[in-house]
Write a protein that binds this ligand. Structure first.
Ligand SMILES: Cc1ncc(COP(=O)(O)O)c(C=O)c1O
Length: 413
């Protein structure tokens, strides 16, 4: 076996022959480049960190997929498309698109499938910045939104959605477990209503991850994730994705993305691909930990209530059960007052006091002080977020250590 230096592989040198040597060194630096490695088949798709791609002929531009080439990073990139293929496989869709953030993914859908005279039904609670986008931007732009409170409607949610339907209702939107109260809508029931009225059903499944639930199997049209949470899984990237049940919708979003420029960078896509490799084992461990911790908190004298989708005591457990057999790691619990809630988070030693969720480390926050705070309430937030409620994202630590940390902090309030 020999390993010769790849002499003669400088494409420009090959093209120019003897004339190449006459070039000034400044020029040789710019034009020298190795041949693309046609016989190279790496185990992991590398980071294609290039803004643009070389074309052999002008006609190549008009061939399908530019003659099996790419053109410009914003329009498509092998590293990013690799992850789109993987997520599409998990979700069993007809096409996935990656975005620079979960919010970029969400806003792409709202802007594409709504127009100034259309109406959307949005089940709340939802992520605070999604709500802010609705009331600050979508409404100003002319769309009408009806908010329906999942917690307040309970088992009457399907009837409430049916009643709110209008001839111009184009979208029905919910989160699988509403942020931050972890409320659970009747997804199957509301999908049926949406489809009866020819509306598109969009579900944000960030809190569950695509390992726990694949809503396209149950009829959802579009599935949204913040990849910054469970999909990435390591608290080191910001990203989002949308998976489509129909290829036609994927094409609409792809065309839109070419001009709105919201695609994910190849570097982030590479970290995302690495994170997804362990999605299943992380979510198995997280779900197991969450059951143990939720059951412990439910019995704790200083905890008023716990809402974890895997507990039978959760009013929406039956709806979660229709779609999944594990319940991920998001829970909410109430310690009575804002003062007690903030004291608790400030006394934790292992669990991280932080916004965001879905990482390998356990994270906790008091939504009324942070993610769903005063700023949101002044914008007309209609849902109820109890003042002593904490939002808790369970990690992969040993569950006994998580419990011990919670217990010592609960002791202090
Ligand atoms: C349920 C949900 N959807 C969407 C988003 C937005 O995602 P990103 O922060 O990646 O923009 C978040 C962020 O916390 C979220 O919790």
């Amino acid at each position: 076996m020999s390993f010769p230096f790849p002499r003669g592989q400088n494409v420009t040198e090959e093209k120019m022959g003897e004339d190449f040597a006459k070039l000034h060194v400044c020029t040789r630096i710019q034009v020298s480049h190795a041949k693309p490695l046609e016989s190279c088949d790496p185990v992991v798709v590398p980071i294609y960190q290039t803004t643009a791609y070389r074309f052999k002929t002008a006609a190549q531009w008009s061939e399908p997929n530019h003659g099996s080439n790419y053109c410009y990073q914003r329009c498509g990139n092998p590293t990013t498309e690799n992850v789109e293929v993987i997520i599409n496989e998990i979700e069993q869709g007809q096409g996935t698109l990656l975005y620079s953030s979960g919010l970029a993914a969400g806003t792409a859908v709202f802007l594409e499938f709504l127009d100034p005279k259309s109406h959307m039904i949005c089940m709340i609670p939802i992520y605070s910045s999604t709500f802010t986008f609705f009331v600050d931007t979508l409404v100003r732009w002319g769309a009408e939104i009806t908010f329906i409170d999942v917690d307040a409607e309970g088992d009457n949610l399907v009837q409430a959605v049916e009643k709110a339907m209008k001839p111009n209702t184009k979208l029905v939107f919910c989160e699988i477990f509403g942020n931050p109260t972890v409320s659970i809508p009747d997804v199957l029931g509301t999908i049926e209503v949406a489809h009866k009225h020819n509306a598109i059903y969009l579900i944000d499944t960030t809190f569950a991850s695509p390992y726990i639930v694949q809503p396209i199997k149950f009829g959802a049209d579009l599935v949204l994730h913040s990849c910054s949470k469970y999909l990435g899984g390591h608290t080191d990237i910001i990203g989002g994705c949308v998976t489509c049940r129909d290829e036609a919708n994927w094409k609409r979003l792809k065309s839109q993305q070419l001009t709105t420029g919201s695609s994910m960078s190849p570097f982030d896509a590479s970290l995302l691909a690495r994170g997804i490799k362990t999605l299943a084992i992380r979510l198995d461990r997280i779900s197991d930990n969450a059951v143990i911790v939720a059951q412990h908190l439910e019995k704790h004298p200083k905890v008023k209530w716990v809402k974890y989708p895997g507990l039978e005591s959760h009013p929406g457990h039956k709806y979660a059960n229709q779609m999944m057999s594990k319940f991920s790691g998001m829970m909410a619990f109430d310690v009575g007052t804002s003062e007690k809630a903030t004291k608790l988070v400030e006394n934790l030693r292992i669990i991280v006091h932080s916004i965001s969720l879905g990482g390998t480390e356990s994270k906790i926050e008091h939504p009324l002080s942070m993610s769903h705070g005063k700023q949101l309430i002044t914008k007309g937030w209609l849902g109820t977020i109890p003042e002593g409620m904490l939002r808790f994202s369970i990690g992969i630590e040993n569950p006994n250590d998580i419990i011990a940390d919670l217990d010592q902090a609960l002791e202090k309030i």
